[in-house]
Ligand binder design. Structure first.
Ligand SMILES: [Zn+2]
Length: 459
């Protein structure tokens, strides 16, 4: 596959070098006029599940993602993506999720991979549906069932401060200077804010990620670093290319660009395990590093399934919308929950920390390796991880007697929440992105884990 190496980065940066700054973003919008949406809002304003789902005619196989985030600049992100797809049915449209991204229409190309050479297929019209967050390329000709096609696109993104998609976080170093980092949070429907994609959990594909960073920073993604090379014409910048991933859902893709330090260790079959935190706090990450690698190795033998990736990075993030996120091979967690100072922090803090770490590590199997097809079965994901976290943390720290607390902390809580009028069944039909976000609640975790225990007892 070929792609344009320059993709407009160099001319823009040359402008900056000449003393002209890149235009700061004042707003982020898609360049398309709001087309009519086929989704029909229901009484609550949400649209039905069927109307928000992607068409079944195309299946993504592999993504190549290249991003250059200006973490220490105006927070813009220069992006390029290619997605190789198989046509499962004849279709004249290519529909992807996309949000808060500006595409450059004249850079969108579709190539047909059949035959010896790739052939470009013409695009009749670009269309954006803001309700369903769909970008649609209407093709000149019908795509042939069973054939492979590649869509390429350049785009402009933005490191927002809303803790979703590709966003920015900050901390103050020892001198009181504000330092920036770029982090992702994609679950459930925010990968589409970082790059156009088939943003549904069942549509797994492999990913090759390239991140540009300034030389004094570090970049991380789900897979190990494969190669670093200079960004041509941009002194002080390098491209990091990461190894191709295993097939995975878009919500588990992750990137971090920071100046953090790390503690290395190994786990199980020599899986590299690194715990990352801001330099002044890295000493408080030692406990997590120790128990994290221990729990990962324990799960491998307990489930009798090897951890599928070659490495695990855990990052203590200053700003994150959740306590922890199980991105495959690159777990992000709120730093307050996982940094531990034995001289200051309580046993209760240790208890919580252990549970978060064991929960996110359990997801590396439950959720990441085995994934529910759609969000209505989220409870299976969360129920398993919540229950298994008690087993994992009991192994790592027997003195805390975590397993004995399961009944009180989870089962009683499940009954208590279930008695409230706001309770709901654990499997909930959801479609609209706002509905999907709403089901991440205590019911899915507590009642879900209760169901998992009942199920385990049955078998
Ligand atoms: Zn979870």
């Amino acid at each position: 596959m070929s792609y344009n190496e320059d993709f407009h980065i160099i001319p823009l940066l040359r402008d900056k070098a000449n003393g002209v700054d890149i235009q700061p973003f004042t707003s982020v919008e898609t360049p398309f006029s709001a087309g009519e949406s086929a989704g029909v809002p229901n009484s609550s304003g949400a649209i039905s599940e069927a109307a928000t789902r992607l068409p079944l005619s195309l299946k993504p196989l592999h993504y190549l993602i290249r991003l250059q985030p200006f973490v220490n600049g105006n927070f813009s992100v220069f992006g390029y993506m290619e997605v190789e797809m198989e046509a499962l049915e004849p279709t004249s449209n290519i529909t992807l999720h996309m949000l808060d991204i500006i595409t450059k229409n004249n850079t969108v190309k579709v190539l047909h991979s059949g035959g010896v050479e790739q052939r470009q297929v013409g695009i009749k019209r670009h269309h954006y549906d803001p309700v369903r967050q769909f970008y649609v390329a209407h093709m000149d000709e019908e795509l042939i069932k069973g054939e492979r096609y590649t869509l390429q696109m350049e785009f402009l993104g933005y490191l927002n401060d809303q803790l979703r998609g590709f966003y920015r976080s900050t901390y103050r170093d020892d001198d009181g200077t504000t330092k920036y980092l770029a982090v992702t949070h994609f679950q459930p429907t925010h990968a589409r804010r970082a790059f156009p994609c088939f943003d549904e959990p069942a549509l797994k594909a492999t990913f090759e990620v390239h991140l540009a960073r300034e030389t004094w920073m570090t970049s991380l993604s789900n897979m190990p670093l494969a190669e670093t090379r200079p960004v041509e014409g941009q002194e002080g910048w390098v491209w990091d290319r990461f190894e191709r991933s295993v097939p995975m859902s878009t919500y588990l893709v992750a990137f971090v660009v920071s100046d953090f330090s790390y503690i290395p260790s190994t786990s199980g079959k020599d899986t590299l395990f690194r715990m990352w935190a801001q330099p002044s706090a890295i000493r408080h990450a030692e406990y997590v590093s120790e128990v994290g690698s221990k729990i990962l190795a324990f799960y491998e033998s307990y489930f009798n399934v090897s951890y599928p990736l070659p490495k695990m990075d855990m990052v203590a993030v200053p700003d994150i919308a959740v306590r922890g996120m199980e991105n495959w091979g690159l777990i992000t967690m709120i730093d307050r929950s996982i940094l531990y100072d034995p001289d200051v922090d309580s046993a209760n803090h240790k208890d919580t920390l252990l549970e978060v770490v064991a929960h996110e590590l359990a997801h590396q199997w439950f959720g990441n390796l085995v994934t529910p097809r759609w969000w209505d079965d989220l409870w299976l994901n969360e129920g398993f991880a919540t229950f298994v976290a008690y087993i994992g943390s009991t192994y790592a720290e027997p003195s805390l007697k975590k397993m004995e607390k399961f009944t009180i902390e989870r089962l009683h809580k499940a009954f208590e929440i279930d008695s409230l009028e706001t309770s709901h069944q654990i499997s909930v039909p959801v479609g609209d992105p706002s509905e999907i976000s709403e089901i991440f609640d205590r019911i899915e975790y507590n009642k879900g884990s209760q169901e998992v225990v009942s199920f385990c007892m049955l078998v």
